[in-house]
Design a protein around this ligand. Structure first.
Ligand code: SF4
Length: 232
């Protein structure tokens, strides 16, 4: 918000007899941010969340994990990808989407951007999961585990303040969007979370399962839609 607009806004409320205003930090982003400052601010906000998380034992998933996989990428990213939870490789390395599915995700992001002529690559976005600890034997996270860990995800998204979220796979989509709708119906259609547009698409691990040309074509269409909306 510009300073003149802010003054008008405050005067408007003063005239109404309201002297104290609470301004939601999400809405108070300056019009023109210095990219370095912005990145530092978002990074600091993420660090606070990570510190609060500490050596988290808030749900049963802490029992078998090696590492908490918080998230990685640009802290001031305009696009956040949200998956379900870490796998074995991610648990080892402490980084999200570094296994086979992660490599496919990188190719999907980089390849789509290249094809549509966007100078964006995987390090420009931010990537995280609904749950930060690997579920044993890669089972689907339970509802309560996603509820508990989801509070950190919500704070992460608010700290980053992206223009859009791309949610990967049915489990993450259900958790984030609080819907019972399956991914086949959800994908390709804009949804909303906390005032932010959300594009659901397939999880890359689903696309790795055998020959899945149709799924890949659809995921490309979804990614293209969200990438062009954010960076186009
Ligand atoms: S999954 Fe989340 S809530 Fe559960 S122990 Fe790990 S960090 Fe804590």
């Amino acid at each position: 918000m510009s300073s003149s607009l802010m003054r008008e806004y405050l005067e408007f409320y003063r005239d109404l007899g309201i002297n104290e205003l609470y301004i939601d930090p999400i809405d108070s982003e300056p019009d023109r941010e210095d990219p370095v400052d912005a990145e530092n601010q978002h990074e600091a906000a993420l660090r606070v969340i990570q510190n609060d998380m500490g050596e988290c034992k808030r749900c049963r998933l802490h029992q078998a994990r090696k590492t908490i996989v918080f998230g990685s990428g640009n802290p001031a990213a305009k696009l956040v990808f949200v998956g379900e939870g870490p796998g074995a490789e991610e648990d080892e390395q402490g980084l999200p989407f570094v296994g086979r599915a992660g490599q496919l995700l990188t190719r999907m992001i980089d390849g789509t951007c290249e094809r549509v002529g966007l100078p964006i690559r995987r390090p420009d976005v931010y990537i995280c999961n609904v749950v930060k600890c690997r579920p044993p034997k890669n089972r689907t996270p339970e509802k309560d585990e996603m509820e508990i860990c989801g509070q950190f995800l919500a704070r992460q998204i608010k700290a980053i303040q992206p223009r859009a979220i791309c949610v990967l796979g049915g489990t993450a989509a259900k958790a984030l969007l609080r819907t019972s709708e399956g991914i086949t119906r959800l994908r390709g259609n804009w949804q909303e979370w906390g005032g932010i547009r959300v594009m659901p698409t397939y999880h890359p691990s689903y696309l790795l399962r055998g020959y899945n040309k149709q799924g890949k074509v659809q995921a490309f269409q979804d990614l293209k839609q969200v990438l062009l909306y954010v960076y186009g």
